[in-house]
Design a protein around this ligand. Structure first.
Ligand code: GYE
Length: 308
């Protein structure tokens, strides 16, 4: 497949790749697993020297971090972007400095395709569509035609939120009596998820379904529902995204009805892309990872191998 000569040369030189990684934050279990995977794969033992920056869920911190990476003169920049937009200026600066940018997990929207070398992550819209379709089937099984749905959205403007919101609406579009009666951001955190769910429960007495756009918000919603005297998973159907181990346990014990998997283990994928870019090899511009759905019917088979 070509490029082998250069790779060997790089190995012989034993030249490490310096890489700056701007991470969203530490808002969720998913994110913590993602950070661990990135740090492990981009380690010295693997031929990397990593500068890691936690943006604490603020894009302005990411802009600063990227500028810092540029002034350090790193070989590659990796970004897990908080939001999709607002990147144009700083990405142009990286391009002018000749530093390739890999985006991972969430995506960036730019007018100029060449500002990002490649992206690897999940198909968030597909996850949302699958969740909607699953709900239609589940309600059919229960003999219910109508459903009042409350959505706990992730960080507004992040591609995970945008995709899951759009996809879910698309997934339920044929179910005329499914109504999204409430929708608000819980910022992908457990605390905010709980707070928003509490306020939903005060405002609406008739919530049949909660769609939490990540597991930590689902955990918060479960606590809020219990405090309000409701049985999560029974009185109210709970749908969630990520499928971290603690959430799979909730599927086992019936408090979450369906989990739409989102894979956080991107470290080795980014390491591979960075090495290829440095060797002048071709990389795939867009790479979606495979994921699955977990319910009580199949969760037992998978829970033990879950590392995060
Ligand atoms: O679902 C959530 C995290 O962007 C896919 O961000 C990621 C999302 C994930 O905080 O738990």
């Amino acid at each position: 497949c070509g490029g082998g000569g250069k790779k060997d040369a790089a190995k012989k030189d034993n030249k490490e790749i310096t890489i700056g990684f701007s991470q969203v934050g530490a808002e969720s279990d998913w994110r913590v697993a993602n950070t661990k995977s990135m740090k492990e794969a981009l380690s010295a033992g693997n031929g990397f020297k990593l500068s890691f920056a936690d943006a604490q869920q603020k894009q302005e911190n990411q802009t600063k971090a990227v500028r810092e990476f540029i002034s350090q003169g790193v070989d590659v920049i990796a970004i897990a972007p908080v939001t999709e937009t607002g990147w144009e200026t700083v990405l142009k600066e990286a391009k002018e400095a000749g530093i390739p940018v890999i985006t991972v997990d969430r995506q960036i929207k730019t007018s100029d395709d060449s500002l990002v070398s490649c992206w690897v992550g999940s198909d968030f819209k597909k996850e949302g569509v699958e969740a909607g379709k699953w709900l239609i089937k589940d309600m059919e099984k229960k003999g219910k035609k109508a459903a009042n749905i409350a959505v706990l959205q992730g960080t507004i403007g992040s591609s995970a939120e945008i995709g899951r919101t759009k996809g879910f609406k698309e997934g339920i579009k044929d179910a005329k009596d499914f109504k999204i009666i409430a929708s608000q951001t819980g910022e992908f955190t457990q605390a905010k998820g709980q707070e928003v769910m509490e306020s939903f429960l005060k405002q609406y007495k008739n919530i049949d379904v909660v769609v939490a756009q990540n597991d930590n918000m689902a955990f918060g919603a479960i606590d809020a529902l219990k405090a309000a005297g409701k049985k999560p998973g029974k009185d109210v159907t709970i749908i969630s995204f990520d499928a971290v181990k603690a959430a799979l346990k909730e599927v086992q014990n019936g408090q979450i009805n369906a989990e739409f998997e989102c894979n956080p283990l991107h470290g080795p994928r980014v390491a591979d892309l960075a090495k290829k870019l440095m060797n002048g090899e071709k990389v795939e511009k867009v790479q979606y990872v495979e994921e699955q759905v977990f319910t009580k019917d199949n969760v037992d088979k998978f829970i033990n191998e879950r590392q995060y």
